[in-house]
Ligand binder design. Structure first.
Ligand code: SF4
Ligand code: SF4
Length: 304
């Protein structure tokens, strides 16, 4: 079983459109490959919007714990407020009522140990939900992290692990992960164990900057990487610059996708662009890119 992760240094580079198109091509392309899909962008999960799956399972994601004060036991001594370095204890000076702001609480439990009345306990915090769904193109694992919650790396790992386990249990040879944007902890969680990273970039100053950072991340974790330039024709000089940078770093640019309004239209209609308009310029380019990805993953399907 192989893991392909699609990354971009930042959001909005067409990463999810490409992941959805790959899901379609893997399922309905000339040499089908059964794949399990995972949306690793738990802060803004969009793959669901394009694949329109049916949710089969919903699970709570417990990310850490928050302190809770029992008002029956609290004597209002104020020790917890002094101990808390995150200013998460809120007091009312008139009534000596103390409570915890669950958003500010870091879960360090310092207050629990210092409270002389044993009035504070830690309560598991439901930080989001994760789902198993079924799309037209295969099973999809995805998640929503609630606002102001941390631990997105842990939730990404959970989503990916479940996709991997299902792929192994059902003999599916490929997991396609739509990775989170950026280069932080969630990206590292999503990329861990990947056999191939496909980095989507755009020919802009920000795109080039973020591409370099994404390549540094994949290089650090020794993940073989390929690059795709989206909207390459909008700024050919920038695209040439990306080609030069990648050549210098020894990273192959396996294709360019032209600007094509069909991509947005497909997104708006909740259909992968390659299914929405198979002969559009973007779909044809993505089809060729997919063939190269399949070949890089060393599937026999690449050589029918
Ligand atoms: S340390 Fe315990 S008793 Fe003192 S104010 Fe905090 S919760 Fe109340
Ligand atoms: S658990 Fe830590 S962060 Fe949360 S209220 Fe207690 S001392 Fe503050």
């Amino acid at each position: 079983m192989k893991q392909l992760i699609i990354l971009s240094g930042k959001g909005g580079t067409g990463k999810t459109s490409l992941a959805a198109a790959f899901a379609h091509l893997a399922h309905d392309g000339p040499a089908p490959i059964q794949a399990v899909l995972a949306d690793g962008d738990v802060d803004a999960a969009n793959l669901e919007l394009v694949l329109r799956p049916q949710r089969l399972e919903t699970h709570d994601f417990t990310g850490g714990a928050v302190a809770v004060i029992d008002p029956e036991l609290c004597q209002g001594c104020g020790t917890c407020e002094q101990v808390c370095r995150f200013e998460a204890i809120i007091s009312d000076p008139n009534s000596f009522v103390y409570r915890v702001d669950p958003i500010a609480c870091d879960g360090c439990a310092a207050c629990v140990y210092q409270c002389p009345e044993e009035a504070i306990h830690m309560q598991p915090n439901t930080a989001g939900q994760w789902y198993r769904s079924e799309s037209l193109y295969g099973p999809l694992f995805h998640a929503d992290l609630y606002p102001a919650q941390e631990n997105s790396g842990k939730l990404v790992t959970l989503v990916k692990q479940n996709a991997r386990l299902l792929a192994m249990d059902t003999d599916k040879p490929l997991v396609i992960v739509d990775g989170p944007p950026g280069i932080g902890c969630p990206v590292i969680a999503a990329a861990a164990g990947a056999d191939l990273a496909l980095i989507v970039t755009e020919p802009s100053a920000a795109g080039i900057h973020d591409l370099k950072r994404a390549l540094q991340t994949t290089s650090h974790f020794r993940i073989p990487s390929l690059v795709v330039i989206n909207k390459a024709d909008i700024y050919p000089e920038g695209a040439a610059q990306i080609q030069a940078i990648c050549a210098e770093l020894g990273v192959e640019v396996i294709g360019s996708i032209p600007f094509d309004p069909t991509v947005t239209a497909a997104m708006m209609n909740g259909v992968p662009v390659t299914a929405y308009h198979p002969q559009s310029p973007a779909s044809r380019a993505i089809g060729m890119i997919w063939q190269k990805v399949v070949k890089s993953l060393a599937f026999e399907a690449a050589n029918p």
